[in-house]
Design a protein around this ligand. Structure first.
Ligand code: PNS
Length: 165
């Protein structure tokens, strides 16, 4: 097992400033970090997987030990393929806990050797989520405080409404 490696999975639809903060913090804690876009069956995607990966690559380019990837399958399979031992997830509020608890326990059941570690979101980002970005941006609102500066314009352009009524 590659001990200094952690996998940070998510939908990243799109990556937010909260995700980016977590990735930067993880890059200091681990020798290498893989940020991987996976499919969440309970969410309908807005950005394509290619768009999400490209945006992540742009945002992560400032951390030399962070790599971006995609995988169509179970998280535990991907973790095993990479020979990683740690899955990283962020927690924003108490409301995140029940879902994360269930996911961590199911993943542990399937892969007992994989540990899920949680980092608490920085308080200034605790209210930010990809779904908030999609909703505000979908009405043409200003999303520049919610997504990293490097991708703000492209997210705004992509989400901005074009004559729905
Ligand atoms: O950003 P999200 O949507 O909270 O991330 C959830 C994600 C994509 C990490 C999760 O849905 C996932 O791991 N999907 C891959 C399929 C899988 O392994 N499911 C079992 C988890 S119980």
């Amino acid at each position: 097992m590659r001990k200094g490696l952690c996998v940070y999975p998510g939908s990243f639809d799109p990556v937010t400033v909260g995700h980016a903060d977590l990735i930067g913090r993880a890059s200091k804690l681990f020798d290498s970090v893989i940020v991987v876009v996976l499919h969440n069956p309970s969410k309908r995607g807005c950005f394509t997987v290619e768009e999400r990966v490209n945006m992540l690559m742009e945002v992560c380019s400032r951390w030399p030990n962070v790599k971006t990837d995609r995988y169509d399958g179970l998280l535990v399979e991907y973790v095993k393929k990479q020979d990683a031992g740690v899955v990283l997830r962020g927690l924003r509020a108490m409301t995140d806990i029940s879902g994360e608890y269930q996911m961590a326990q199911v993943n542990r059941h399937m892969a007992p050797e994989t540990e899920t570690l949680f980092l608490m979101a920085a308080v200034q980002y605790a209210h930010i989520s990809s779904s908030i970005v999609r909703e505000v941006g979908g009405f043409g609102g200003d999303i520049s405080a919610f997504v990293p500066a490097a991708i703000a314009q492209q997210v705004y352009e992509r989400l901005r409404p074009r004559g729905r009524l």
